[in-house]
Write a protein that binds this ligand. Structure first.
Ligand code: ADP
Ligand code: MG
Length: 260
């Protein structure tokens, strides 16, 4: 049975999109059938990355009830190494669509949740995807809450920035726990030395004590990542880079926990 992973955060710019793209690619390079979806309707990012020429329908259209889920799927497996499959579902990045999505009322959002749960059944049960990865908006947007409600695992991308830590702690207590979600932390842009095993273990313990939640991964601040300007998939184009190795380890960990 496949799983939905929502990648969420309190603040913006914590690395959700970067982590989502690389995690999805890592899974598919290891033979899994993966669908990466842009649920960040405020700042859609995956259309820029994967190109929007092949889009028949946006995820917005599916949630509006004007399009079937099959028409939103874009198979990009031919762009990925290895034996797996990767599809993407894109959010509409036009200004008009962003304005329209941010004006939706509660009733619409409830219907959208129903559609998201139907999408889950269609993609996981009928189409046998192994993983659906939701790249979400930061904070308490309705669309993000719907993504969290639909997910089996929430990956919380956070940093040591003080306001991010405080906000993330509140979300752990008041949001993820409320929905009884399995939640794991990815600490991004780490500036501590985690090259030794003891350095890594002590930082992991510090983060777990701070958040009272398990750590899925710790990612150093990499100038190479910043320099790439969000234009390349590291696990694909720089598989030997430490960032790629950390993402592969995170994917392995999720896969191991899944099969237990
Ligand atoms: N560990 C890191 N080191 C350096 N730059 C990073 C790191 N993680 C992410 N970034 C960069 O930070 C920027 C914001 O990341 P992004 O994934 O778009 O964040 P979000 O989706 O949470 O808003 C991107 O340019 C990304 O490449
Ligand atoms: Mg993003």
């Amino acid at each position: 049975m496949g799983k939905i992973i929502a990648v969420h955060s309190y603040k913006g710019g914590t690395g959700k999109t970067h982590i989502s793209i690389n995690l999805a690619t890592s899974f598919s390079e290891h033979g899994k059938k993966v669908c990466l979806m842009d649920l960040d309707f405020r700042a859609p990012s995956l259309a820029t990355f994967f190109g929007s020429k092949e889009v028949e329908c946006w995820l917005n259209d599916y949630l509006n009830g004007t399009c079937k889920i099959d028409k939103t799927l874009i198979d990009i497996s031919n762009r990925i190494n290895g034996g797996g499959k990767l599809s993407v579902v894109l959010a509409n990045p036009s200004t008009e669509a962003i304005r329209e999505m941010s004006a939706k009322d509660r009733k619409w959002e409830m219907r959208a949740l129903g559609r998201l749960l139907a999408l889950r059944n269609s993609l996981l049960n009928d189409k046998a995807f192994d993983y659906l990865i939701f790249d979400t908006s930061p904070g308490l947007q309705y669309s993000s809450i719907n993504a969290i409600v639909s997910a089996d695992l929430v990956i919380v991308a956070t940093t040591f920035d003080r306001s991010d830590v405080e906000g993330t702690k509140r979300m752990l207590d008041e949001l993820y726990d409320l929905f009884e979600k399995k939640t794991e932390i990815v600490m991004n842009r780490v500036l501590y030395d985690i090259s030794s095993k003891s350095g890594k273990n002590s930082l992991e313990k510090k983060i777990e004590d701070m958040y009272q939640a398990p750590v899925l991964g710790m990612i150093p601040c990499f100038c190479d990542v910043a320099r790439a300007e969000g234009a390349i998939i590291f696990v694909q184009e720089k598989p030997e880079h430490l960032f790629s190795k950390i993402v592969d380890e995170m994917a392995d960990k999720i896969e191991r926990n899944n099969s237990m």
